[in-house]
Ligand binder design. Structure first.
Ligand code: NAP
Ligand code: MG
Length: 493
């Protein structure tokens, strides 16, 4: 039996018009306009979501501000907030199949991947539920000459927080931000990507059902340059947490300067994977293939640059090409599917353009390299040998199933190659030599390093990027700190 099998009936959410959540109301956009929601495996329109814009954002920010100023959420005890968050986690689990169904329909992800991702996302949300009761500052004996003070610090919620997320794993991205934001006591406005509003809207319904007070979670669907820009410019939003592209991240820095919002930016990457000659190749080869082809390459830390120690180059490239050739590509609802479509026609075109560019730059196309199938936004898993070539194929984030493979000599050139990029999100190292593994982990300037496997994160550790892969960290204590302000109180005795 497949644990992640979708419900056979159309989810209830799709049997009624989609509405945004503002305060306790489910509303259309003020303009009355909608945006089509597509199934990327077929290109069919499956729903229409409100095209929220500045007027709607303003209403949502007011609702969040009102709930924050009234203290309807952050003044509840930690125990009460934890209970409500745990109740939401339970509801998410009770509706697991329905949420998986909506996610596969909306973003094309293979069903088993969506199932596992959502399970892990809910686990992460629970991790932060537990933090509601563990927010505390420090007491200080004061370092100055006068000791007759009582001094302490407090952690307080940052206020109204805007959460802007991308389409590649929509519910998990929403939960990754909502968990720490709610645990910190913030009131939020969540803006899902225009392509994937479905699970975010269902999450809003379940949040109300769980007992999150009205106005604490608001959800505005719409376009980035309309609803998103209105949020990032809004003077009454205190905190902005964003996951998306580096280009938009830079725009948000400019837009949020209006009121110096606190910013967390989880951005793109061009993450390298190194395979040493001594690696266990039976594991390294499929794991390096999965590093780039999982979720059709639409993962911020996808291992898109593969460096193979010279002597093993031909063997590893042949092994990965073989995996690419034999992958089952198709509709995410088919349990046998290993790789689904890209999110949209626009992304499909973009990825195909990068493939043409790679060929034009003189890279050798080893496998794939074209559109797959007649309908839907599929691209074949693609492997390039980029030995001796540098160019946009090896430098720019493609966000599709396109691998650039090239040789390296050993520890002596690993750091130079790894760090020759504007990004610094993830890196992989495959070796049996423990010294090589630790040295590589130390030398590579990225926020995450995986040894003898690739990808995946745990809420107990910080997640984020060096360089142009972002600002700040999600996960662990850093994740909640990002939604807290710190205050120091001095009392003269
Ligand atoms: P994107 O274009 O940057 O969009 C991300 C979100 O920002 C969407 O909700 C988008 O709205 C919104 N947005 C776009 N322009 C905006 C603006 N001017 N002001 C405010 N919001 C705006 O990214 P994408 O192409 O959807 O997603 C792929 C990117 O996300 C990749 O670069 C990937 O590496 C990155 N990513 C990073 C992480 C991480 O944790 N580091 C995780 C996943 C993805 P609409 O799209 O709805 O118009
Ligand atoms: Mg976009």
């Amino acid at each position: 039996m497949n644990d992640h099998a979708p419900s056979r009936t159309t989810p209830d959410l799709l049997q009624r018009p989609l509405r945004m959540l503002i305060g306790e109301q489910w509303v259309e956009a003020a303009s009355g306009e909608v945006l089509d929601v597509e199934n990327p495996a077929s290109g069919e329109v499956v729903a229409a979501a409100p095209r929220g814009a500045a007027a709607d954002v303003d209403q949502a920010v007011q609702a969040a501000r009102h709930s924050f100023d009234a203290g309807t959420w952050h003044r509840l005890s930690g125990v009460r907030r934890e209970r409500i968050m745990l109740r939401l986690a339970e509801l998410l689990e009770q509706h697991h199949q329905e949420l998986v169904h909506l996610e596969v329909l909306d973003c094309g992800m293979p069903i088993s991947l969506a199932g596992k991702a959502i399970e892990r996302g809910v686990d992460g949300f629970r991790y932060y539920a537990g933090m509601c009761t563990k927010i505390y500052g420090v007491t200080s004996d004061i370092s100055g000459p006068r000791a007759d003070f009582h001094a302490y610090s407090r952690c307080e919620p940052a206020g109204v927080a805007a959460l802007i997320i991308p389409w590649n794993s929509p519910l998990v991205a929403a939960l990754n931000k909502l968990g720490p934001a709610l645990a910190a006591g913030c009131s939020v406005i969540l803006k899902p990507a225009e392509q994937t509003p479905l699970t975010a809207l269902r999450l809003g319904e379940l949040a109300l059902e769980a007992g999150v007070p009205a106005g604490v979670v608001n959800i505005v669907t719409g376009l980035g340059n309309e609803a998103g820009a209105a949020l990032s410019r809004h003077p009454d939003v205190d905190k902005l947490s964003f996951t998306g592209s580096t280009a938009v991240g830079k725009q948000l820095i400019r837009d949020s300067a209006t009121n110096l919002k606190r910013l967390t930016l989880e951005l793109g990457g061009k993450s390298p994977v190194f395979i040493f000659n001594d690696a266990d190749m039976d594991k390294a080869i499929p794991r390096a293939a999965n590093a780039i082809f999982a979720n059709t390459g639409q993962i911020c830390y996808a291992g898109s640059r593969l460096y193979i120690q010279k002597e093993s180059f031909d063997r590893v490239v042949a092994g990965i090409a073989d995996i690419a050739r034999n992958m089952r590509i198709g509709d995410g609802f088919d349990p046998k599917t290993q790789m689904g479509p890209l999110i949209s026609e626009q992304q499909q075109r973009r990825v195909l353009e990068y493939i043409d560019l790679g060929v034009a730059e003189g890279a050798e196309l080893v496998e794939g390299g074209g559109r797959f199938g007649e309908s839907g936004y599929f691209v074949s898993p693609t492997v390039f040998n980029t030995t001796g070539k540098t160019g946009r194929l090896t430098q720019e984030e493609i966000f599709g199933p396109v691998l650039a493979a090239m040789p390296f000599s050993g520890l002596e050139d690993l750091a130079t190659l790894a760090n020759d990029t504007d990004y610094g999100l993830g890196a992989g190292v495959f070796t049996r030599d423990v010294g090589n593994a630790h040295m590589a982990a130390k030398l590579i300037r990225t926020g995450n390093v995986w040894v003898n496997f690739y990808g995946g994160t745990d809420k107990s550790l910080p997640f984020g990027g060096y360089k142009q892969s972002g600002w700040g960290r999600e996960g662990g204590q850093d994740g909640i700190d990002a939604f807290l302000e710190k205050k120091s109180v001095y009392i003269r005795l």
